[in-house]
Design a protein around this ligand. Structure first.
Ligand SMILES: Cc1cc2nc3c(=O)[nH]c(=O)nc-3n(C[C@H](O)[C@H](O)[C@H](O)COP(=O)(O)OP(=O)(O)OC[C@H]3O[C@@H](n4cnc5c(N)ncnc54)[C@H](O)[C@@H]3O)c2cc1C
Length: 433
């Protein structure tokens, strides 16, 4: 027998064993009558919430291909997933990669059990696409660091316990080299959080002002000055929709569900009462669009039919790209340009759905809230979807990545790359004489 056939057999055996163990555990423990926080706690302690994570940090230590199948089996069985969000899809993989054993033991249990909400303190008013130009400062004071600066677009900061933060610890070296990564407690006197109102009418993200906020040196992730490399780990996970920390949960990305509901009750309300961000990223829009086609009786309209078929072929192409990205992930490669292609495809598909939906509902597009078609769910999606071309790196930035990594084009010219940060005219430094 060839080596690859041996490997396939071993994989099948390991998958069957894992599925049996997981199903046995669900049979004994799962009930939709459980209170949400209790279920997340139980699932977290069992290791079946994030089966790819190491056993000692709340997973089952399964190979990622096996873990994906276990997650998909759980979803098919209707067993509710773990709480997902920035904690699981950005903070945890970064801590798992760069954290010390002590940091993993301290931070991961609260993430696995859904107890702790995290936010991402990266973007600033003058540093989004050009993140390495950020100006928030961290100054050493004994065993602590004093943090001063402003972040923006900080999703979920208003209910976060911790933030993943990049700050400048050295302005005398080039911009990428003087950054350090911290895990900061959000609820402290030096941090002021101001929610921003979006055109959806909701406030999913915030401005965060740090005025001599404090973070202990034990909460530094990675070495001093190595923040850019650590941040790259976070960003590669942010663009990767195959990230095992995403999906399969309760659509809880940026909403703060009432964890005292039963799982059953939360399931019933989650599509109608969640925020626009969670709905737009949950995948539920396909069903909503199909319902609109039926409700507005346009399945025989030749133009709408053409557009529906175009949308279908776009989605099929997207699946193909996702499979390639998954295959690369299985081969152990870091997320590459496929994730950028996937991100571009999904933001484009989102806009096609938006335009098609508005054409289907016509004048009903002027309604808002629960009076609108599909109880306002389509509007939630349509008003939010343009954000997907910006969040996690804009479309133009994704194209640059594809140009450089897939097409082999030369890097964009950047004469600021080798100068000390102090000499650059970026953000608020632009106004200095
Ligand atoms: C819904 C949402 C949630 C977010 N949540 C968070 C969060 O939780 N934490 C966080 O830190 N950030 C968050 N962000 C911020 C996000 O990462 C930034 O908005 C994004 O990186 C773009 O930065 P910017 O808004 O400063 O735009 P800019 O970087 O100022 O870009 C402005 C325009 O210029 C274009 N551009 C910039 N540079 C180039 C280039 N080199 N080549 C070609 N075109 C270029 C951009 O594509 C864009 O069209 C969120 C954003 C959104 C929309």
């Amino acid at each position: 027998m060839s080596n690859s056939a041996d490997t396939d057999l071993a994989m099948d055996a390991s998958l069957n064993k894992a599925l049996d163990r997981a199903q046995e555990w669900y049979a004994k423990n799962w009930s939709s009558d459980l209170v949400l926080s209790d279920w997340w706690q139980k699932l977290g302690s069992s290791g079946w919430g994030f089966p790819a994570w190491p056993q000692e940090y709340g997973g089952q230590g399964l190979p990622s291909a096996v873990a994906r199948q276990v997650v998909s089996d759980r979803m098919q069985r209707g067993v509710f997933g773990p709480r997902t969000g920035i904690a699981t899809f950005l903070a945890a993989p970064t801590i798992l990669t760069h954290g010390t054993h002590e940091q993993k033991e301290r931070f991961l249990p609260g993430i696995v059990s859904g107890r702790d909400v995290w936010c991402q303190l990266f973007s600033e008013p003058g540093a989004g696409s050009d993140l390495s130009s950020l100006q928030t400062r961290a100054v050493r004071d004994g065993d602590e660091w004093i943090i001063t600066g402003q972040k923006v677009w900080t999703s979920g900061a208003h209910f976060a316990k911790y933030g993943i933060l990049i700050a400048r610890t050295d302005s005398d070296v080039p911009k990428h080299k003087g950054l350090t990564y911290f895990l900061i407690e959000m609820q402290q006197p030096g941090i002021e959080i101001r929610p921003l109102r979006e055109m959806t009418g909701e406030s999913a993200f915030n401005e965060v002002f740090m005025n001599e906020a404090r973070v202990h040196d034990d909460n530094r992730l990675g070495d001093l000055g190595q923040g850019w490399a650590v941040a790259m780990t976070t960003l590669s996970h942010e663009r990767d929709s195959n990230n095992p920390g995403v999906g399969g949960g309760g659509g809880t990305l940026f909403s703060n569900p009432d964890v005292t509901h039963t799982v059953d009750h939360f399931r019933r309300i989650q599509n109608t009462e969640v925020d626009a961000f969670s709905f737009a990223t949950s995948g539920g829009i396909t069903e909503v669009l199909n319902d609109l086609v039926k409700e507005f009786k346009c399945a025989n309209d030749p133009v709408i039919r053409q557009r529906l078929m175009k949308l279908h072929s776009m989605r099929e192409t997207q699946k193909w790209t996702a499979q390639r990205a998954k295959a690369n992930a299985r081969a152990g490669a870091a997320p590459g340009p496929e994730t950028s292609t996937l991100k571009l495809q999904s933001s484009l598909t989102g806009r096609v759905v938006r335009d098609l939906g508005f054409d289907i509902i016509g004048a009903h597009g002027m309604l808002l809230g629960k009076d609108a078609p599909a109880h306002g769910l389509f509007h939630k999606f349509a008003l939010f979807v343009q954000a997907t071309s910006i969040a996690g790196g804009s479309d133009e930035v994704q194209r640059n990545i594809i140009g450089e990594r897939a097409l082999g084009l030369p890097k964009e010219p950047d004469d600021s790359r080798d100068k000390p940060f102090r000499e650059l005219r970026v953000g608020t430094q632009k106004t200095k004489s």
